[in-house]
Design a protein around this ligand. Structure first.
Ligand SMILES: Cc1cc2nc3c(=O)[nH]c(=O)nc-3n(C[C@H](O)[C@H](O)[C@H](O)COP(=O)(O)OP(=O)(O)OC[C@H]3O[C@@H](n4cnc5c(N)ncnc54)[C@H](O)[C@@H]3O)c2cc1C
Length: 377
């Protein structure tokens, strides 16, 4: 008897995979199990919920029932998978189990919360569910502290500021987006945030959080403290690797997979934020979308090694959106930055004169597409 393909997760990775499988095979049994409601929403839109005066619920695009009907699926929402027995090919929850022929882990990543005293007072906004759980507090808050000036922290800082809140952005680095680009390249955006009223506390370490009568007191290094109403952790993601570990698959930063998206265990694959593809964790929609196309083929018996092209990532800060591509974090790049009235183009060139990375402001998108073609794949 065919048990078909079992997918754990219902996020972007799982859904892209389902769509690609169904384009090629309308019959193979597909079972999805996920801890959430399985309603579809666009996760990147969480960066704009507050300023758009929306609720996290408004982001729902398709209910689980419609999804199951459209793609002929067996769905198990609100179900936490606790174990995988790879030798018996069984997935287990507290009170159910499912047999599989092929298993796909699409378990995503969870927000990392820095291990400071009072860490339980920090909110995380890494899913519709997490946003829903605290949106009344977010809406009522006047003073918001965001810990972490990376992609998500910067987007949230601008969003809360546009919604009229007093925002403090804390980061231990000397500039925002420090893991993605050098300070000279992010400085225009940093300046724009300051102009808008975001209070940047850079080169600063959060040390503890304590509840006060009127909010939360955040203590920082150098004997500084700030009182706010809410504190949001935007300090990075940790791929969900626990189930892969239970299944005996190799893990490193994420669940290790090869070019076929296969883990070290036979017939177990990983896709999306949980996966580490040939050493790279790529928690963005475009690589997930392309990987899902290849994985669908592999699951259906066509051997198709993944090839990822150079891809753009957008910093969705509406007052000054940026697009970046390539190895922006690569050391020893020579950055050539051209700032003109019509926007910025920053090119990261290596010692051999090869373009390795670039960052452009939205008004220079035409150039971005041309530069993308010059990046080595
Ligand atoms: C605020 C924000 C803004 C973003 N903006 C952008 C952007 O502009 N551009 C871009 O490319 N990317 C962006 N991203 C990243 C992008 O949204 C993610 O890379 C993508 O959504 C990840 O999809 P996924 O399916 O891998 O994971 P998820 O959507 O996290 O799905 C994981 C699934 O696994 C389930 N699960 C996990 N463990 C278990 C278990 N043990 N049992 C059962 N179910 C389990 C969960 O319930 C969930 O259904 C953003 C992310 C955030 C948070």
């Amino acid at each position: 008897m065919s048990h078909g393909i079992v997918i754990i997760g219902s996020g972007f990775a799982a859904r892209q995979l389902v769509k690609n499988i169904r384009k090629q095979d309308t019959n193979v049994p597909l079972t999805l199990i996920a801890a959430d409601s399985m309603d579809e929403y666009n996760k990147p839109d969480l960066s704009h919920v507050i300023s758009q005066n929306q609720c996290a619920d408004d982001l729902t695009r398709q209910t689980a029932g419609e999804f199951a009907e459209q793609f002929n699926l067996r769905l198990f929402p609100h179900t936490w998978v606790t174990d995988i027995d790879a030798s018996a090919r069984v997935v287990k929850s507290k009170d159910q189990q499912w047999q599989y022929d092929k298993l796909v882990l699409a378990t995503g990543a969870s927000a990392f919360v820095p291990p400071v005293e009072g860490r339980e007072l920090m909110l995380t906004l890494n899913s519709q569910q997490e946003y829903q759980a605290c949106e009344t507090r977010l809406r009522n808050a006047q003073r918001v502290m965001i810990v972490g000036g990376g992609l998500i922290g910067t987007e949230l800082a601008m969003d809360f500021c546009r919604a009229g809140k007093a925002v403090t952005l804390v980061d231990h680095a000397a500039s925002i987006l420090s893991a993605l680009m050098p300070a000279e390249v992010s400085s225009r955006l940093q300046h724009r945030l300051t102009e808008m009223g975001v209070h940047g506390l850079l080169k600063s370490q959060l040390q503890s959080l304590t509840e006060t009568e009127n909010g939360i007191r955040a203590t920082l290094d150098r004997n500084r403290s700030v009182e706010v109403d809410v504190v949001i952790a935007a300090t990075g993601l940790r791929p969900e690797t626990a189930l892969a570990q239970r299944a005996g698959a190799d893990i490193h930063r994420g669940v290790k997979v090869d070019s076929y998206l296969q883990t070290s265990q036979p017939d177990i694959y990983a896709l999306g934020d949980c996966a580490e593809i040939n050493g790279q964790v790529l928690p963005f929609l475009q690589p997930i979308q392309i990987s899902a196309m290849y994985l669908a083929k592999n699951l259906l018996g066509v051997n198709a090694p993944l090839k990822l092209p150079a891809m753009l990532v957008k910093v969705k800060t509406p007052e000054l959106p940026l697009h970046l591509a390539g190895e922006t974090q690569r050391q020893n790049l020579n950055w050539h930055i051209a700032i003109e009235p019509q926007g910025m183009v920053a090119k990261g060139i290596d010692g051999d004169g090869q373009l390795r990375a670039f960052v452009v402001s939205e008004d220079r998108m035409k150039e971005a597409f041309a530069l993308l073609k010059s990046l080595p794949v």
